[in-house]
Ligand binder design. Sequence first.
Ligand SMILES: [Zn+2]
Length: 193
Amino acid sequence: MKTLDKLMARSGNQCELCAATENLSIYDVPPTASNLSDREILACETCLNQIEKKEELNAGHWQSLSTSMWNENLPVQVVSWRMLNRFRNESWAADLLDMMYLDDETLDWAKQTGDHEGDGSIDLHKDCNGNILIGGDTVTLIKDLDVKGSTLNAKIGTAVRNIRLVHDNTEQIEGKIDGQQIVILTKYVKKQN
Ligand SMILES: [Zn+2]
């Protein structure tokens, strides 16, 4: 049986985290280099976007973790544990984590993305209007950019396609203007819809 069919059957055609029945796809629980045979879960788009930090966390969406944390499938437990950890400063999540039990091996796996570290908040790249930017977006410049030592024509209104997010700096993106790859500050761009 194909993986998707298997997961559909296992979950009863619903998101294994929040029970949504629309926009389901396979989430390969990282790290994907591991050789565990059972590593996938079925998840909806909303869950996936928040897991992958493309959208801000919405605690209201994750109350269902109180159910999914008891799922018999380890990858579902792992993702539930990770998401609970992102909310661990909130009492509802802290209480659930206190009740949750993972064996040592599974706990090691769960810890590998570091969701139990840091303050649980996520940093997102945002444009001048506060819209979330993701890799591959097209943005337009909202001011002329003065690129030192260059004749680059980076005028206000210039479209920059297929941007790349600068890892570990949410104020910067990279994109090509006139064939040159440059770093642009997110506050000077507007996301194109
Ligand atoms: Zn979901």
